[in-house]
Design a protein. Structure first.
Length: 141
């Protein structure tokens, strides 16, 4: 079956049936092909796409966990949480009371380096004030 064409430069198809494209694939203008043809006509160089998008993976995150003990004063725990983890009074109180009641509380997640540094710094603050306050880290699933 021949395609009906108006002739002219691009052979504009006259058939408008939805089957036309599949019956006459030669009449379906590929957008890229047209773009390349136009560039060639206007003497523009078409560069092949060579950029490779690098696959970057998110770094694994680590939880900093506050452990309860029987000796560190509540107010001191709150002060440490505010100083090291940049929490406000109510956030720090909530975390402290959760650890007090449940035995432990996840404070926040960080990259491994930051989590380790903050846990160490906060534990050190307790130690230098004579308290057994303890912060630990563990990887997030
Ligand atoms: N349990 C402590 C007390 O009763 C307070 C406390 C809370 C200590 C949380 C540590 O992670 C902690 N004084």
């Amino acid at each position: 079956m021949r395609h009906r064409s108006a002739g002219g430069q691009y052979g504009t198809p006259l058939c408008r049936s939805p089957d036309c494209a599949s019956l006459h694939p030669g009449y379906v203008w590929n957008i890229r092909a047209v773009s390349i043809a136009r560039s060639a006509m206007s003497q523009t160089t078409v560069k092949p796409r060579t950029k490779v998008k690098p696959k970057v993976e998110r770094p694994k995150l680590w939880k900093v966990i506050l452990l309860n003990d029987d000796y560190t004063p509540r107010e001191f725990v709150v002060q440490v949480l505010k100083a090291v983890f940049r929490m406000n009074e109510s956030q720090a109180y909530r975390v402290m009371i959760t650890a007090h009641q449940r035995g432990a509380c996840v404070i926040a997640v960080f990259t491994k380096d930051v989590a380790d540094t903050k846990a160490k710094e906060a534990t050190e603050l307790g130690k230098s004030n004579g308290y057994p306050l303890f912060f630990t880290t563990e990887p997030e699933e």
